[in-house]
Design a protein. Structure first.
Length: 432
């Protein structure tokens, strides 16, 4: 049975990889031009991570920033998240984005985000001559989002207020985005969204300007327990041809990611990296365009248990033959849905498996280890790593690693004994 399961998984991996390769090779043939379509500032990006992935995140949407492209992704948040991004675009245009996502136990996930651009010192001129005056342009969006789901299918909506000010003439309007996300398998997720389903219509002086509606469909493929993700999006914006986007994210180690992407709408190549430190994540994107390069930074703070599971020990060192005879590993979980099984593995300094503890359902609040192997023998002195792994209802694995040092007898072939010497007149109380 195990061999058949492994064979089935290999076939799935093979076909998904072939599918991704075919889609990626079509990218250069689907490049289009933005062409000044109204609302272009809405399509720049929401984080350095999404930019470095070519903004191909509709089928991924696994953090509060990528949910800007597909609000259904909010339902995948495990803890409260705050993210912020700043960038300087061309003509000294400042671009700012921030978002707050708040998942609840029974009422779905809520979000609040804002997007702002500002440009200044444009020269004002008439048909006949320059006036010597300057003007500025400001645009902004405030959005309220909500997402919930039914098993593997989740949905989300953004209600937003869009404002624009050009040279003192201003206007605002309301709009709405809608998105869905479906995960038929732990390796694959599919997404679709409509930005400006309810199109904002802004009138500055006399003429009304309607922000373009944009429809997106995409997928995300996960390999190597989620350490490599391939994403692709197809985008159709009003007044524009269909465009293609793709991205690749690899986590060679737990705290560092490397990314690359292609945005066919603007013919942008991009690259970037991400760094995790405790509950913080810092991301960088380098976007190459015909007009020059852009460097973008963003930061994300996640509260509680940000990556599904967390484990901590009540002591960094213990002695099985001393007063503190064991160590207790506290386990916390935060996954959307249910936990199917859990496993705690303890390895020695050489990576050899020493002890395994498993169970079905959610893990206990903590497990204890008395410094013994599977056969009940005391282990040698040294540094040991403890890794907890949980599997959710999708078959997705989440893990976290901690460490502890064991100090006792160097030679574990000896058995500690207690010797008592009877008392005498020089030692009336006896010596133990």
């Amino acid at each position: 049975m195990k061999a058949e399961t492994m064979k089935t998984n290999m076939n799935i991996y093979r076909w998904l990889f072939v599918l991704a390769t075919i889609v990626l090779t079509t990218a250069p043939a689907m490049a289009v031009d933005d062409a000044g379509v109204p609302g272009g500032f809405l399509r720049f990006g929401a984080s350095a991570r999404s930019l470095s992935l070519g903004n191909a995140v509709v089928g991924l949407s696994d953090d509060v920033a990528t949910s800007y492209w597909n609000p259904a992704g909010l339902a995948q948040l495990r803890t409260m998240e705050i993210t912020g991004m700043g960038a300087t675009l061309f003509n000294d245009t400042k671009y700012t984005f921030f978002a707050l996502g708040m998942p609840t136990e029974n009422w779905g996930t809520f979000s609040f985000n804002g997007t702002f651009t500002s440009s200044g010192e444009f020269e004002r001129s008439s048909i006949m001559e320059d006036t010597g005056e300057t003007f500025s342009e400001k645009e902004g969006i405030f959005s309220l989002g909500y997402a919930n789901g039914f098993g593997r299918l989740i949905y989300g909506v953004n209600l937003k207020s869009v404002s624009q000010d050009i040279g003192g003439a201003s206007g605002n309007s309301m709009g709405m985005d809608l998105g869905i996300l479906y995960r038929p398998h732990r390796l694959l997720s599919l997404g679709a969204s409509v930005q400006n389903l309810l199109e904002p219509k802004i009138t500055l002086i006399e003429e009304e300007e309607k922000l373009a509606r944009s429809m997106r469909a995409g997928m995300a493929l996960r390999f190597f327990r989620g350490r490599m993700v391939m994403t692709t999006d197809l985008v159709k914006t009003e007044f524009m041809d269909t465009s293609f986007r793709s991205g690749l994210e690899v986590w060679p180690v737990r705290f560092l990611s490397l990314r690359g992407g292609y945005d066919g709408e603007r013919e942008h190549m991009s690259a970037g990296a991400g760094f995790r430190f405790d509950n913080w994540q810092f991301d960088y994107a380098y976007v190459s365009t015909d007009l020059g390069a852009q460097n973008v930074l963003s930061a994300t703070l996640r509260f509680g248990v940000p990556f599904g599971v967390k484990m901590s020990s009540n002591r960094a060192l213990f002695s099985p033959s001393g007063q503190d005879k064991d160590v207790r590993f506290a386990i916390e979980t935060a996954v959307r849905g249910t936990v199917e099984s859990w496993r705690v593995e303890i390895d020695d300094e050489n990576g050899n498996l020493i002890r395994t503890m498993t169970g079905n359902g959610a893990p206990p609040a903590g497990v204890s280890w008395g410094g013994k192997d599977e056969d009940g023998r005391l282990v040698n002195d040294g540094q040991y790593s403890a890794r907890v792994t949980i599997v959710d209802q999708m078959g997705q694995q989440w893990d976290y690693q901690s460490s502890v040092e064991v100090m006792g007898f160097k030679d574990r072939t000896r058995t500690p004994i207690r010797v008592e010497i009877s008392g005498n007149e020089n030692n009336p109380g006896g010596e133990k």
